[in-house]
Ligand binder design. Sequence first.
Ligand code: NAP
Length: 475
Amino acid sequence: MEWGKLTLAGAAATQGDGGWAPVDDPANGKTVGYVRMCSAQDAGEAVAAAHGAFADWSGQAPQARGAILRRLAGLISENSEDLATLLTAEQGKPLAEARAEVASAAGYFDFFAEEARRVNGEIIASPRTDSRILVMHKPVGVVAAITPWNFPVSMVARKLAPALAAGCTVVLKPAPQTPLSALGLAALCRMAGLPDGVLHVVTGNAATIGPVLTQDPRVAFLSFTGSTATGRLLYGQCASTIKKLGLELGGHAPFIVLPDADIDKAATLAVAAKFRNAGQTCVCPNRFFVHEAVYDDFLTRFLREVDRLVSGDGRDAASTLAPLIDEPALAKVERHVADAVARGAKLTRGGRRAAAGRTWYEATVLENVGPDMLVSCEETFGPVAALTKFTEVDDVRGSVNASQYGLAGYVFGRDISTVLKTAESLDLGMVGINAIHLGLEMAPIGGVKQSGLGREGGHAGILDYCEPQYLLVGL
Ligand code: NAP
């Protein structure tokens, strides 16, 4: 299959014997391409091959692995327009967002190309003069990576880059809605010189492939990004082989506007954070808590920005609001809005399927949102902003910390002491303070509570793909 300069047939996709599955464009329902439905045997063979390739790959000098990753970052940048076009075709987001995602993926490979040479050990002071204590960090082994459809390039890069840099080999199962982006990245890995056997992309049915990845003892680490429900299931499946786990799960981000905030900045960034990828983002705000003193001003500016959003095909430069990924995603959004309205929320904007096409939903704003509503408890994953007016920040903190989720949140205010105290008091893995773009490759991305385990990105991100080995040396 040709896609611009990328020849996807040349990707390291495992050939399956279970037929082919179509990949559809959410904007118009047209089939973009087909991928193999890999069997359990294919998945097992991919694990075996990754296991076989581990000794050579982990035995290479970190600088050699880094050089391949640096070349890969360059190839991603050179082919960014093709990758972004492919991403938009199978996922639906506006091209500008797809380009930003591809640039972020290149950033991950570039960063971890450098980190490969910084997996340093430690010498610990020994209690005896006749011994020394050394600690080394060794690559964990074969990594199984399972990724979601909402960021099909950057979520793959966030796992592949540190895993390959550390010296691990990888079997990747991308989401069935968006496997072509992963195959595009795999094709570039090959062009960058990644040796055979180091990366395998296994496309197909989760029920067939999943149990192999979670239960094969040769897989040392399961790195999963997706919903909390699936993460919980995979956690259980990994118990039989006591795998190391990295879980990047669902979120329910609060966006808190304090009375001294720069209201124009807060409203503009609030809309950008909420409606990016049509709200199908793990870190997108699910609830807005706005202080009563600035509520009306914030609402006016927020609605001004919402009214500027344009629903349309992502390939049209004017489009800023993407379609939802599929019919079940639309049905969930409709359920949340209907529940909120039935329980007394005010529907200020939107609230219907949009005319732009089959899976668009209007940019929707709900006011007077209460804690008992579905939008306050579950991830909506759609273009719905739920607003609540508050008087005391302590009440907001209680509400935020009562959630099972603890991924991300945002605090807007000018008094640094109040803002820092508020941010620190929230049980969240990441907080944007007067800022929204949290997904930076040099920072530790991840959540607490049922939003996940471990961190991706930053130096901690590469150490997650290693195990420390302690050596007691007698002299
Ligand atoms: P999902 O339904 O949990 O699926 C994620 C991936 O897991 C897909 O590849 C899916 O494949 C696979 N999967 C599902 N059941 C499986 C099983 N039993 N065994 C093996 N694999 C299985 O999540 P999604 O709807 O794609 O993604 C949206 C979710 O991801 C949201 O909750 C969002 O918050 C979260 N997310 C979190 C982060 C973060 O950094 N924390 C980032 C992005 C997204 P199938 O579709 O074939 O089942």
